[in-house]
Design a binder for this molecule. Structure first.
Ligand SMILES: [Zn+2]
Length: 455
């Protein structure tokens, strides 16, 4: 037996996000062959969303297959390139730089390292080229890649990183993606929202981000003209198949595939102990103290600052995050919190800023307003006689030169707890709070029988 890992990236089309559609075509063709044994679900991998320039597509994909010989492995690689070329010819996108890469044999540790690095950091192409040079010198591994466009090899980073990101000792989830028959592409998707709500309730705790109840909208369907009909995200493959059966769809489903993915795992975030370690374009989790009260800025965004005792960092909560933004607006100086999010670079108007993805309030500070004391003789509120000169009663004339303002505790309307944006504001890698406690640490022991259709 020989194992081949084939990675794909940047096979973008005007629809956007269609690398999965190409991979679905390949899977459905190969799964029928007696000599191809898929050893894992197709991998759908998301990388650092904070990368400033577009160095790769939205997400890479990987297929891991056992075949009887190295010749068969090479055949599959060549065939994948051929199918990808046809696909690109049919759905051209002049800006994409698609790449198909393959590793036959064990995945070298540098490639695994690259996979993790691409989720958390900014990876330049020359680093990838250095890794390729090292790997090519190793005798027990064959590394191949093919640039499908003359534009360049931007897709190489994601294609190789997808191979390296094996999700063998880190958390993962699944997504079932269903595709439309070509005659429906570009037409509205007729999916019964009530059936999505029903599915959401029926599979509660096992699927997530199906429906946004704040704005009363299903979240399982994309809105573009692309061939994706819907995607259902969840903890286990079998529940996704059941969930699909609950959805009422007014069109025939062309095909569907279950992917194993790092979506909804917060894999892009790194816990840091001081703000000194908060680098731009990376994602962090840090405990800090609110050092500046929130204010609303034009556009309805909320900005506040946190401090770790030495350094300060601005935190921004964006308008589309609904009630989450209102929670953040109630924070006050002295509150002890944990912030989760990506660090944006400074601009002429602001320093580095954390885009808040999640918020844990650990301790709410006591806050006070100060008011004039009451007259001890008649109970009337006294008037100041000037700064540090004490107070005088306007009714009975009582004077107390030593009287000072009295602190009065202001009730707080937020409580310690974990807060997140509404489901519609979630990006691929963001982990919903409902997933806490469900993290996986080992790959699946075996695959379910029916993880794609028709197969
Ligand atoms: Zn008085």
């Amino acid at each position: 037996m020989v194992r081949i890992h084939i990675g794909f990236d940047d096979i973008d089309t005007p629809f956007g996000g269609c690398t999965t559609h190409l991979v679905a075509k390949i899977v459905l063709k190969w799964i029928k062959r007696p000599w191809t044994k898929f050893v894992d679900y197709p991998g759908l991998l998301r990388f650092n969303p904070g990368v400033p320039w577009k160095t790769r597509g939205n997400g890479g994909l990987v297929l891991r297959i056992d075949v009887p010989s190295i010749e068969k492995a090479l055949d599959l690689y060549e065939e994948a390139i051929g199918i990808a070329r046809d696909y690109i010819r049919e759905f051209t996108h002049p800006e994409s730089q698609p790449v198909v890469a393959a590793i036959i044999g064990d995945i070298p540790k540098y490639v695994k390292w690259l996979g993790k690095k691409c989720v958390k950091d900014v990876v330049p192409i020359n680093l990838v080229e250095r890794i390729i040079d090292i790997v090519k010198k190793q005798s027990n591994t064959t590394l191949l890649y093919n640039e499908l466009s003359s534009k360049g090899k931007r897709g190489l980073i994601g294609a190789l990183a997808s191979i390296g990101l094996t999700l063998e000792n880190s958390d993962y989830t699944y997504e079932l993606i269903a595709y439309r028959k070509p005659e429906y592409w570009g037409k509205p998707r007729n999916i019964d929202p009530e059936s999505v709500k029903y599915m959401d309730k029926a599979t509660e705790g096992k699927t997530f981000l199906n429906y946004d109840y704040e704005v009363d909208k299903p979240l399982i369907t994309p809105h573009g003209p692309d061939p994706v009909l819907l995607g259902i995200r969840g903890e286990e493959p079998s529940i996704l198949v059941k969930a699909l059966e609950m959805i009422k769809v007014e069109e025939p489903i062309d095909s569907w595939i279950i992917y194993r993915t790092n979506q909804a795992t917060d894999m892009h975030l790194t816990r840091i102990s001081s703000l000194e370690k908060a680098r731009i374009y990376t994602g962090v989790i840090i405990e800090a103290i609110v050092s500046k009260d929130p204010k609303k800025i034009p556009g309805g965004h909320v900005i506040f600052s946190v401090s770790d005792g030495e350094r300060k960092l601005d935190v921004a909560v964006y308008q589309p995050t609904g009630k989450f933004r209102e929670i953040a607006y109630q924070l006050r100086r002295g509150d002890r919190i944990v912030v989760y999010g990506m660090i944006r670079p400074p601009s002429s108007k602001h320093g580095p800023t954390l885009n808040l993805e999640k918020l844990k309030i650990i301790e709410v500070a006591k806050i006070y307003r100060f008011e004039a004391p009451k007259c001890p003789r008649c109970g009337t509120r006294m008037k100041s006689m000037g700064r540090n000169k004490g107070y005088k009663c306007p009714k009975c004339g009582y004077r107390d030169p030593k009287a000072r303002k009295i602190p009065v505790e202001i009730p707080r309307n937020i409580k310690p707890g974990f807060y997140q944006p509404p489901p519609r504001a979630f990006k691929h890698l963001m982990k919903p709070i409902e997933r806490y406690g469900k993290e996986k640490t080992k790959p699946p022991k075996k695959m379910i029988n029916k993880w794609c259709y028709p197969c």
